[in-house]
Design a protein around this ligand. Structure first.
Ligand code: ATP
Length: 201
Protein backbone atom coordinates (compact mmCIF):
# COMPACT_ATOMS: atom_id res chain seq x y z
CA UNK A 1 0.00 0.00 0.00
CA UNK A 2 1.32 3.44 -0.93
CA UNK A 3 1.00 6.25 1.61
CA UNK A 4 0.56 9.75 0.22
CA UNK A 5 1.05 12.65 2.62
CA UNK A 6 -1.33 15.59 2.35
CA UNK A 7 -0.19 18.81 3.94
CA UNK A 8 -0.38 22.58 3.79
CA UNK A 9 -0.27 25.54 6.12
CA UNK A 10 -3.04 26.30 8.58
CA UNK A 11 -6.17 27.33 6.72
CA UNK A 12 -4.83 26.26 3.32
CA UNK A 13 -7.71 23.91 2.51
CA UNK A 14 -6.39 20.48 3.52
CA UNK A 15 -9.74 19.39 4.93
CA UNK A 16 -11.53 20.50 1.78
CA UNK A 17 -9.03 18.63 -0.41
CA UNK A 18 -9.20 15.54 1.84
CA UNK A 19 -12.97 15.50 1.37
CA UNK A 20 -12.59 15.51 -2.43
CA UNK A 21 -9.99 12.73 -2.23
CA UNK A 22 -12.38 10.58 -0.18
CA UNK A 23 -15.11 11.26 -2.72
CA UNK A 24 -12.73 10.00 -5.41
CA UNK A 25 -12.55 6.69 -3.51
CA UNK A 26 -9.19 6.94 -1.77
CA UNK A 27 -9.30 6.49 2.01
CA UNK A 28 -7.92 9.32 4.14
CA UNK A 29 -6.32 8.95 7.57
CA UNK A 30 -6.81 12.23 9.41
CA UNK A 31 -4.01 13.07 11.86
CA UNK A 32 -6.00 15.82 13.59
CA UNK A 33 -8.89 13.45 14.21
CA UNK A 34 -6.58 10.84 15.71
CA UNK A 35 -5.01 13.52 17.94
CA UNK A 36 -8.52 14.18 19.26
CA UNK A 37 -9.48 10.52 19.62
CA UNK A 38 -6.54 9.69 21.88
CA UNK A 39 -7.64 12.27 24.46
CA UNK A 40 -11.30 11.31 24.54
CA UNK A 41 -12.82 10.49 27.96
CA UNK A 42 -11.50 7.17 29.24
CA UNK A 43 -8.36 7.21 27.12
CA UNK A 44 -5.10 6.73 29.05
CA UNK A 45 -3.50 9.84 27.50
CA UNK A 46 -6.23 12.02 29.04
CA UNK A 47 -5.52 10.69 32.54
CA UNK A 48 -1.80 11.21 32.02
CA UNK A 49 -2.35 14.77 30.83
CA UNK A 50 -4.48 15.49 33.89
CA UNK A 51 -1.79 14.05 36.14
CA UNK A 52 0.81 16.27 34.54
CA UNK A 53 -1.09 19.50 33.89
CA UNK A 54 -3.80 19.39 36.60
CA UNK A 55 -7.15 17.64 37.00
CA UNK A 56 -8.98 20.84 36.07
CA UNK A 57 -8.03 20.47 32.41
CA UNK A 58 -10.93 17.98 32.42
CA UNK A 59 -14.44 19.42 32.35
CA UNK A 60 -17.44 18.22 34.35
CA UNK A 61 -18.57 16.03 31.48
CA UNK A 62 -15.19 14.26 31.50
CA UNK A 63 -13.94 15.80 28.28
CA UNK A 64 -10.68 17.64 27.77
CA UNK A 65 -10.78 21.42 28.00
CA UNK A 66 -8.52 21.96 25.02
CA UNK A 67 -7.97 25.69 25.47
CA UNK A 68 -7.08 25.14 29.13
CA UNK A 69 -4.54 22.47 28.20
CA UNK A 70 -3.12 24.70 25.44
CA UNK A 71 -2.73 27.61 27.87
CA UNK A 72 -0.67 25.41 30.19
CA UNK A 73 1.20 23.29 27.67
CA UNK A 74 2.44 26.11 25.46
CA UNK A 75 3.81 28.16 28.37
CA UNK A 76 7.32 26.76 28.02
CA UNK A 77 9.38 24.43 25.88
CA UNK A 78 9.50 21.90 28.72
CA UNK A 79 5.73 21.84 29.09
CA UNK A 80 5.22 21.49 25.35
CA UNK A 81 7.72 18.63 25.38
CA UNK A 82 5.71 16.94 28.15
CA UNK A 83 2.52 17.28 26.11
CA UNK A 84 4.25 15.76 23.10
CA UNK A 85 5.79 12.96 25.18
CA UNK A 86 2.32 11.94 26.38
CA UNK A 87 0.41 12.31 23.12
CA UNK A 88 2.81 11.58 20.24
CA UNK A 89 3.48 7.87 20.85
CA UNK A 90 -0.26 7.20 21.06
CA UNK A 91 -1.01 9.20 17.94
CA UNK A 92 1.70 7.24 16.13
CA UNK A 93 0.36 3.93 17.39
CA UNK A 94 -3.21 4.63 16.26
CA UNK A 95 -1.96 5.95 12.91
CA UNK A 96 0.03 2.76 12.34
CA UNK A 97 -3.04 0.70 13.27
CA UNK A 98 -5.19 2.60 10.75
CA UNK A 99 -2.65 2.05 7.98
CA UNK A 100 -2.39 -1.64 8.87
CA UNK A 101 -6.19 -2.06 8.81
CA UNK A 102 -6.42 -0.41 5.38
CA UNK A 103 -3.58 -2.51 4.05
CA UNK A 104 -5.23 -5.70 5.35
CA UNK A 105 -8.45 -4.74 3.63
CA UNK A 106 -6.56 -4.53 0.35
CA UNK A 107 -6.45 -0.76 -0.22
CA UNK A 108 -3.66 0.07 -2.66
CA UNK A 109 -3.47 3.79 -1.73
CA UNK A 110 -4.11 5.85 1.37
CA UNK A 111 -3.83 9.58 1.87
CA UNK A 112 -2.49 10.79 5.21
CA UNK A 113 -3.86 14.24 6.08
CA UNK A 114 -1.06 15.50 8.29
CA UNK A 115 -0.58 19.23 8.96
CA UNK A 116 2.94 18.75 10.38
CA UNK A 117 4.08 16.21 7.78
CA UNK A 118 7.17 18.20 6.83
CA UNK A 119 7.88 19.75 10.23
CA UNK A 120 8.09 16.20 11.63
CA UNK A 121 10.15 14.82 8.75
CA UNK A 122 7.48 12.38 7.59
CA UNK A 123 7.75 13.63 4.00
CA UNK A 124 10.85 11.44 3.73
CA UNK A 125 8.91 8.33 4.75
CA UNK A 126 5.84 8.58 2.53
CA UNK A 127 5.57 7.59 -1.14
CA UNK A 128 4.43 11.02 -2.37
CA UNK A 129 3.51 14.41 -0.93
CA UNK A 130 0.53 16.58 -1.89
CA UNK A 131 0.88 20.20 -0.79
CA UNK A 132 -2.11 22.54 -0.72
CA UNK A 133 -0.63 25.91 -1.52
CA UNK A 134 -2.15 29.30 -0.68
CA UNK A 135 -0.39 32.61 -0.06
CA UNK A 136 -0.01 33.54 3.59
CA UNK A 137 -2.02 36.72 3.03
CA UNK A 138 -4.99 34.76 1.70
CA UNK A 139 -4.74 32.20 4.50
CA UNK A 140 -4.90 35.00 7.06
CA UNK A 141 -7.99 36.37 5.31
CA UNK A 142 -9.70 32.96 5.35
CA UNK A 143 -8.79 32.23 8.97
CA UNK A 144 -10.26 35.58 9.99
CA UNK A 145 -13.36 35.20 7.83
CA UNK A 146 -14.23 31.52 8.37
CA UNK A 147 -12.55 30.62 11.65
CA UNK A 148 -13.12 33.79 13.62
CA UNK A 149 -9.44 34.20 14.44
CA UNK A 150 -8.05 37.66 14.96
CA UNK A 151 -5.67 38.83 12.24
CA UNK A 152 -2.81 38.88 14.74
CA UNK A 153 -3.50 35.35 15.97
CA UNK A 154 -3.74 34.03 12.40
CA UNK A 155 -0.42 35.69 11.50
CA UNK A 156 1.23 34.33 14.64
CA UNK A 157 0.07 30.79 13.89
CA UNK A 158 1.28 30.97 10.32
CA UNK A 159 4.66 32.35 11.45
CA UNK A 160 5.03 29.38 13.83
CA UNK A 161 4.86 26.91 10.92
CA UNK A 162 7.54 26.20 8.31
CA UNK A 163 7.67 28.53 5.34
CA UNK A 164 5.77 27.95 2.12
CA UNK A 165 8.99 27.55 0.11
CA UNK A 166 10.12 24.61 2.22
CA UNK A 167 6.70 23.04 1.95
CA UNK A 168 6.63 23.44 -1.82
CA UNK A 169 10.12 21.95 -2.10
CA UNK A 170 8.92 18.75 -0.43
CA UNK A 171 5.91 18.44 -2.75
CA UNK A 172 5.38 15.76 -5.37
CA UNK A 173 2.10 17.46 -6.31
CA UNK A 174 1.05 21.04 -5.61
CA UNK A 175 -2.62 21.95 -5.45
CA UNK A 176 -3.10 25.68 -5.93
CA UNK A 177 -5.92 26.88 -3.69
CA UNK A 178 -5.40 30.62 -4.13
CA UNK A 179 -8.43 30.83 -6.35
CA UNK A 180 -12.08 29.81 -6.04
CA UNK A 181 -12.90 26.67 -4.08
CA UNK A 182 -14.46 25.26 -7.27
CA UNK A 183 -10.97 25.17 -8.80
CA UNK A 184 -9.98 22.42 -6.36
CA UNK A 185 -12.05 19.55 -7.78
CA UNK A 186 -10.34 19.37 -11.21
CA UNK A 187 -6.89 19.63 -9.61
CA UNK A 188 -7.70 16.87 -7.12
CA UNK A 189 -9.07 14.72 -9.94
CA UNK A 190 -5.82 15.14 -11.83
CA UNK A 191 -3.66 14.23 -8.83
CA UNK A 192 -5.82 11.19 -8.09
CA UNK A 193 -5.55 10.10 -11.73
CA UNK A 194 -1.77 10.46 -11.59
CA UNK A 195 -1.54 8.49 -8.36
CA UNK A 196 -3.62 5.71 -9.85
CA UNK A 197 -1.68 5.62 -13.08
CA UNK A 198 1.58 5.53 -11.14
CA UNK A 199 0.67 2.67 -8.84
CA UNK A 200 -2.44 0.86 -10.00
CA UNK A 201 -2.25 -1.33 -13.05
P1 ATP B 1 -6.63 23.82 9.26
O1 ATP B 1 -5.17 23.86 9.03
O2 ATP B 1 -7.08 24.92 10.16
O3 ATP B 1 -7.16 22.48 9.66
P2 ATP B 1 -7.35 23.35 6.54
O4 ATP B 1 -6.05 23.44 5.83
O5 ATP B 1 -7.92 22.00 6.76
O6 ATP B 1 -7.33 24.19 7.85
P3 ATP B 1 -9.90 24.03 5.38
O7 ATP B 1 -10.63 23.84 6.68
O8 ATP B 1 -10.13 23.05 4.30
O9 ATP B 1 -8.34 24.23 5.65
O10 ATP B 1 -10.17 25.49 4.79
C1 ATP B 1 -10.12 26.65 5.63
C2 ATP B 1 -11.35 27.51 5.38
O11 ATP B 1 -11.22 28.11 4.09
C3 ATP B 1 -12.62 26.70 5.36
O12 ATP B 1 -13.64 27.49 5.94
C4 ATP B 1 -12.89 26.46 3.87
O13 ATP B 1 -14.26 26.33 3.59
C5 ATP B 1 -12.32 27.74 3.26
N1 ATP B 1 -11.78 27.55 1.91
C6 ATP B 1 -11.07 26.52 1.44
N2 ATP B 1 -10.71 26.74 0.16
C7 ATP B 1 -11.20 27.94 -0.17
C8 ATP B 1 -11.16 28.77 -1.37
N3 ATP B 1 -10.51 28.37 -2.45
N4 ATP B 1 -11.77 29.96 -1.32
C9 ATP B 1 -12.39 30.39 -0.21
N5 ATP B 1 -12.49 29.68 0.92
C10 ATP B 1 -11.89 28.49 0.95
Amino acid sequence: MKIIGLTGGIGSGKTTVAHLIREAGIPVVDADLIAREIVEPGQPALAELAEHFGEDIIGEDGSLKRSELAARAFKSKEKTAALNRITHPRIEEVTRQRFAELERSGEPLVVWDMPLLIENGHHNEVDAVIVVDVSATERVNRLVKFRGLSRKDAERRIAAQIGDDKRRKAATFIIDNNGEQAALAPQVAQVVAELRSRWLQ
